[in-house]
Write a protein that binds this ligand. Structure first.
Ligand SMILES: [Cu+2]
Length: 730
């Protein structure tokens, strides 16, 4: 069943879909601009109380249609004659690392409450220049112990031309792209330029941004909100308030991008990313183990405290605005963060007995990107004018019909005959991928989410990759002669946003017969030459073993069931939200609850370990569940350890439940405190309202049990007592 109209659709059918889309987009716009609330829509009968779009008023494209075939309500995105594999894929744009002194004003442990004039459209008066909640609870934890050494700044703003692209590699390793040429924001040179209201990215530009950091060198990431002050200036979707989540940083909650700690246009928010190894207070506290280390800049290692087996590599960061995450991330609020370490230092030549020498390069001591490539996969859709389009009216999820890599429609990428590492991020709203090479050749998976695996896994097809999951793979192009073209292929066919409808065989996916336009080839590798220098990179048989938890007692078991038909037990107009999706905690009598960031659903004790079982409440959908803060180990799928595939036997931060399935994980709560989240990373589910707050709040002063909830306004953040504390939380 196709969910986008194909080119042969009758004019009547296309008109009908366009009408439905226009009506639906009017309501998306009104909601996103705050002109109506979801409660209003329910009152008017546009939404049902369960959050479903009522099938009336021509709002649903099924109504009055002979063709019940367009769940997203969007006609196919026009291609303006553009053919696949006709433009190069740009490398990520590396954000500058500056001295801390470059920041004005200087960062402070507690939020900077210096006042500014608030524009009339935001209520006037004055308000703080920094949007971080004030006071000791939201102060940067460990700011004196881990003072920031590097400043990275970015703005969030509307689409503009990039005149300062910095891929950090020569043009010859970037498919011939000349970085001095201005880069307009468009998904292909043959597609229209995006308007500043349609796309909101970091610095307002493409390519997507990359932050490079290393252990032992804390970063102060200052994020400036330069989105339109007027909420209605959003091109029809997206909310101008943002909260930036460094997914899965092991940082204090004040730096985690809590969904209710958002900030306004004209404000900044200082995120302090200490980049520490988990367990630093108790494991290797004196920093004597060389494996717990960081590149020192000149071939050596700076030893750091903590468990070397907690070393992380591939992160990303993105918006986490309460109930608007899907719109904002889709609109462009997504970037990546590579963390370098003594083990994974981004230099393939240094032979010190610790460095794993993964494909990267040799010119710099650390962080060589020559053969280490970030790939951001995302399905998009655009309107008849080629402007980015979105539809929130299918609560199953939003599925785009055009594949992009690094925000370019079906590009090509030139490679040399040698090994490459690809850090692949699924940055979609609701779509899962499943990747293979078009010739069926093997790939070596070396990492899952932020973590190198205990051992590499050779696969000809990767597992399904849920939203926000990262898979790092190595492809050895030395097997191909020069001038070969080989493609990355998506095998996961969607019919809607609920789950993958079918994992196709490679032959089926390549046949072009799938009704899903994002199935099939989406990235072309062009093997252009032999490497100038021999490939000295390695993929060792042992990467990073799991931390040994056998001596850590299990303090608590908790169960979270993810399902439909959620009820809302609280009524805070800011922190509570309606939606069909929700989470039931510990078989609580209230059942499946819709999100309220003022509700505390779990509060593990600092310094303990727990076992959490995540249960899929229904068989008709899948959910990639993200638990913030600390990496978990998967103990079982559907109750059995033997069901855990080799590529999930490392540490993870996103857990696909699989239809009808469950997953049991163990994780620790240590080092930092505050309020964190657990939610579905199908961000349409998350926004409607499959999200809960949990917190570590007994780590010592100034923490309280439970923590007060921040309520941001342009004039300053106030606090309220928690709306609700579940009986099993504490
Ligand atoms: Cu979900």
């Amino acid at each position: 069943m196709p969910f986008f109209l194909d080119r042969k659709a009758s004019p009547n059918r296309v008109r009908e879909a366009e009408d439905a889309r226009r009506n639906r987009q009017e309501i998306v716009k009104a909601l996103s601009q705050g002109r109506v609330s979801r409660r209003d829509l329910i009152k008017w009968g546009v939404f049902t109380a369960g959050g479903m779009l009522a099938w009336k008023h021509g709002l649903n494209p099924f109504v009055g249609s002979a063709y019940a075939e367009i769940p997203t309500g969007l006609p196919a995105s026009p291609l303006f004659g553009v053919l696949p594999f006709t433009t190069p894929m740009p490398r990520f744009d590396v954000l500058a690392r500056n001295p801390l002194a470059s920041l004005t004003p200087a960062p402070t442990a507690q939020a900077n409450q210096a006042q500014r004039d608030v524009p009339a459209v935001l209520g006037g008066g004055t308000g703080p220049i920094e949007g971080r909640p004030p006071g000791p609870i939201w102060a940067h934890q460990g700011f004196d112990v881990f003072p920031p050494k590097v400043a990275v700044q970015a703005t969030q703003e509307g689409a503009t031309t990039n005149g300062v692209y910095n891929p950090t590699v020569p043009s010859s390793l970037n498919s011939g792209i000349d970085p001095t040429q201005p880069i307009p924001l468009r998904f292909h040179p043959g597609l229209p330029t995006q308007s500043p209201l349609a796309v909101w990215t970091f610095n307002g530009t493409i390519p997507p941004k990359l932050v490079m950091g290393r252990y032992g060198e804390p970063i102060l990431f200052r994020h400036h909100n330069r989105l339109p002050e007027d909420e209605s200036q959003n091109g029809g979707f997206g909310r101008h308030t943002i909260s930036t989540h460094e997914h899965n940083g092991h940082h204090g909650a004040e730096n985690d991008g809590f969904t209710g700690a958002y900030f306004y246009p004209g404000q900044f928010y200082d995120y302090h990313w200490p980049i520490v190894l988990a367990g630093f207070r108790t494991i290797n506290p004196d920093a004597t183990d060389r494996r717990a280390g960081s590149p020192d800049g000149s071939g050596g290692i700076v030893k750091v405290a903590g468990d070397w087996r907690e070393t992380m590599s591939t992160h990303w960061f993105h918006d986490h605005m309460f109930s608007f995450t899907s719109q904002n991330v889709y609109k462009g609020n997504a970037a990546m963060f590579n963390i370098y370490s003594a083990l994974d230092r981004g230099n393939e030549a240094i032979d010190d007995g610790v460095n794993l020498r993964l494909p990267s390069g040799t010119a710099n001591d650390w962080g060589n990107l020559d053969y280490d490539v970030n790939l951001m996969l995302a399905d998009k859709a655009w309107d008849a004018n080629g402007q980015l389009a979105f539809d929130i009216f299918d609560f199953d999820g939003f599925i785009g019909d055009r594949m992009t890599v690094n925000l370019i429609y079906k590009p090509y990428f030139e490679v040399e005959r040698r090994k490459y590492r690809f850090r692949i991020l699924n940055a979609s709203v609701s779509r899962f991928f499943k990747l293979a090479l078009s010739d069926g050749s093997p790939m070596i998976q070396i990492a899952n989410d932020g973590n190198l695996l205990p051992s590499p896994v050779v696969l000809t097809e990767l597992d399904e990759q849920g939203i926000a999951e990262r898979y790092d793979i190595v492809i050895d192009f030395s097997r191909y002669p020069v001038n070969t073209r080989v493609h990355l292929v998506n095998l996961a066919e969607h019919e809607d946003g609920k789950r993958v409808a079918k994992d196709l065989s490679l032959a089926e996916a390549l046949s072009g017969t799938s009704s899903d336009p994002c199935v099939g080839r989406f990235l072309e590798f062009r093997v252009v030459r032999d490497p100038a220098k021999p490939d000295v990179s390695r993929v060792p048989d042992v990467l990073i073993p799991n931390p040994d938890l056998s001596a850590v007692p299990v303090a608590r078991h908790r169960t979270f069931e993810f399902g439909r038909g959620a009820t809302q037990t609280t009524n805070d107009p800011v922190s509570a939200f309606f939606g069909p999706w929700g989470i039931r905690t510990d078989s609580g009598p209230a059942g499946t609850l819709a999100a309220d960031f003022g509700r505390v659903s779990a509060a593990p004790r600092a310094g303990t370990r727990e076992i959490w079982t995540l249960v899929n409440g229904g068989g008709g959908w899948d959910h990639p569940i993200h638990i913030h803060f600390e990496e978990g180990q998967v103990l079982a799928r559907d109750g059995l350890a033997s069901n855990v595939p080799p590529w999930e036997r490392g540490r993870k931060d996103v857990y696909r439940l699989r239809p009808g399935g469950s997953i049991t994980i163990t994780l620790q709560f240590r080092d930092w405190g505050g309020m964190f989240m657990e939610h579905c990373h199908n961000t349409v589910h998350e926004d409607n309202a499959m999200l809960l707050r949990w917190e570590i709040d007994d780590g010592g002063a100034p923490f309280l049990r439970p923590l007060p909830t921040p309520i941001p306004t342009p004039q300053g953040v106030t606090f309220r007592d928690a709306d609700d504390v579940l009986p099993t939380a504490l």
